[in-house]
Design a protein around this ligand. Sequence first.
Ligand SMILES: Nc1ncnc2c1ncn2[C@@H]1O[C@H](COP(=O)(O)OP(=O)(O)OP(=O)(O)O)[C@@H](O)[C@H]1O
Ligand SMILES: O=P(O)(O)OC[C@H]1O[C@H](OP(=O)(O)OP(=O)(O)O)[C@H](O)[C@@H]1O
Length: 202
Amino acid sequence: MSLTIALPKGRLFEESVELLLKRGIISKPIKEGRKLLIECHPFKFLLVKPADVPVYVENGVADLGIAGYDVLLEREPNLYTLLDLGIGFCRIVVAGREESKERYFKETYIKVATKYPRIAQSFFSKMGIKSKILYLSGSVELAPTIGLADYILDIVQTGRTLKENNLVIIEEVAQSTARLVCNKASYRNKHKQVLEFFNKLK
Ligand SMILES: Nc1ncnc2c1ncn2[C@@H]1O[C@H](COP(=O)(O)OP(=O)(O)OP(=O)(O)O)[C@@H](O)[C@H]1O
Ligand SMILES: O=P(O)(O)OC[C@H]1O[C@H](OP(=O)(O)OP(=O)(O)O)[C@H](O)[C@@H]1O
């Protein structure tokens, strides 16, 4: 029985392929192009949007997948997380303009722009802060500058995007790395293959 694996296109793709090569799971590189289903015996790789990896795995069209912890926190999919792969490190933070930094800790109601509405909702409700969450699918750092929101909740890696938009980190929400995730039925039905894959990657 072969395994189908959902790989995130974009930022995590190269690091994921490098890891698979380094651990001897594949013997030649997979290229990110327009071909979205790549057969590489005994594996089939699906090249998908990073945020969609859990959808493929949860629904069983992929047995395994590589997904950022940020995506797993946001989607809370019904699957197993088998391994922290230690790649794709970034931080999920609340950021804002320097002059809002002090005010933030006294706020009782804030407007927050984010690509992660569920993480934001749950974070601010735990902090006891009432929030209006504005969902954006990108360029989130623009929001405080133009007055769409007071703060943002987003990912920071190098800090360059924040800096170039005159924003500073106010608070860290979580740290994120990529994880190996597994469909629950595949974990039972293809246990031997899944375990073999897991042992090579670990
Ligand atoms: N600087 C970073 N910005 C965003 N994600 C990062 C960064 N560094 C690591 N990551 C990780 O890489 C994953 C994929 O990021 P990527 O930017 O490729 O996808 P995306 O934000 O869904 O982009 P798009 O919507 O353009 O496909 C994230 O979910 C996160 O886990
Ligand atoms: O700290 P940095 O290294 O600057 O990286 C952080 C930026 O990268 C991501 O955006 P992405 O490049 O995915 O673009 P987007 O705004 O279209 O989501 C993230 O949402 C930040 O905007």
